[in-house]
Design a protein around this ligand. Structure first.
Ligand SMILES: Nc1ncnc2c1ncn2[C@@H]1O[C@H](COP(=O)(O)OP(=O)(O)OP(=O)(O)O)[C@@H](O)[C@H]1O
Ligand SMILES: [Mg+2]
Length: 272
């Protein structure tokens, strides 16, 4: 696509300085050895994500999206290659509590109220790093749940539970937020609304976000850049910059630019 080609050129002209990077992967490969043989989950991944960036990851099931997040989060070690987070080792970022997670299932504690679920990370593991904790009430306001502080999870819809889990992930002030198909189980209207809200939260907090999705629309709408991965072995297929203006609104998905972007992503995805 011509647009992508021009943007690629621009990026080549001005590579970000290491100090501006949240994530750097250099030739990262991950292999798992199981009873059924060796699986190459990721092969030779080179990737940079600028501080404050929003990267969406798109690719078929098994292409290594979750594995890539686990490498950056120091949950698994690459078999070869190196990963850096804010210029240091992923383990350092983890011990500084730089990283927050939101998964497909909100996994709230049913016996705790909304506010007590949000403050949970402040009670375990030594609380928020000095000066980084955020006001849980403000966060609930930010995710549209002001007034629900004392409700219990069973009183909430799926979308509301996911909002709680986003507030919970942000309460200790992580600089990097991983979201692994967080809205995959929600209906389309709720998902659209949460997409808009997430972008507002991202703009307000300056958090760097890595967001995994199976939805081409979601990947295009949210990302400043979309990373397409191919499967078996999991490898980089294409990085597509997204030049849609901010703030983005769902109605933007009907513009010719958005439609062209989606059809480009779809064509590439068909070859992954
Ligand atoms: N701990 C593990 N042990 C063995 N194999 C694993 C392990 N974790 C992942 N894999 C394999 O690595 C490959 C990539 O898995 P991964 O979970 O990263 O894919 P994914 O892109 O997140 O898929 P999905 O879209 O279905 O969530 C798969 O073939 C999977 O079976
Ligand atoms: Mg996954």
């Amino acid at each position: 696509m011509a647009v992508a080609a021009i943007d690629h050129q621009r990026r080549v002209e001005r590579l970000p300085e290491p100090a501006e990077l949240a994530v750097e992967l250099e030739r990262v490969s991950v292999r798992f050895t199981t009873d059924r043989g060796t699986i190459t989950a990721l092969e030779g991944i080179d990737l940079t994500v600028p501080k404050g960036g929003f990267l969406t990851l798109l690719g078929p099931s098994g292409c290594g999206k979750s594995t890539l997040l686990r490498v950056v989060a120091d949950i698994i070690q690459p078999t070869s290659g190196s990963a850096r987070v804010f210029g240091g080792r992923p383990a350092e970022a983890r011990s500084r509590r730089d990283i927050g997670f939101v998964f497909q299932d909100a996994a709230l504690l049913p016996w705790r109220t909304v506010i007590d679920n949000v403050t949970l990370p402040l009670e375990v593991g030594g609380g928020a790093p000095a000066g980084r904790g955020r006001d849980p009430h403000e966060l609930l306001d930010l995710v549209g749940l002001a007034g629900w502080e004392n409700a219990f999870p069973h009183e909430l819809s799926g979308g509301m539970r996911q909002r709680v889990s986003i507030a919970r992930a942000l309460v200790s002030g992580p600089r990097l937020l991983f979201m692994d198909e967080p809205f995959g189980a929600l209906d389309e209207i709720t998902r659209d609304r949460l997409n808009e809200e997430l972008l507002a939260v991202w703009e307000r907090t300056g958090t760097t976000i890595l967001f995994v999705t199976h939805s081409i629309y979601e990947a295009a709408f949210l990302g400043q850049e979309v990373l397409l991965l191919a499967a078996r072995p999991g490898r980089m297929r294409e990085r597509v910059p997204v030049d849609l203006p901010m703030p983005r609104k769902i109605a933007m998905r009907e513009t010719p630019e958005f439609v062209a972007l989606v059809s480009h992503l779809r064509r590439v995805l068909e070859t992954c």
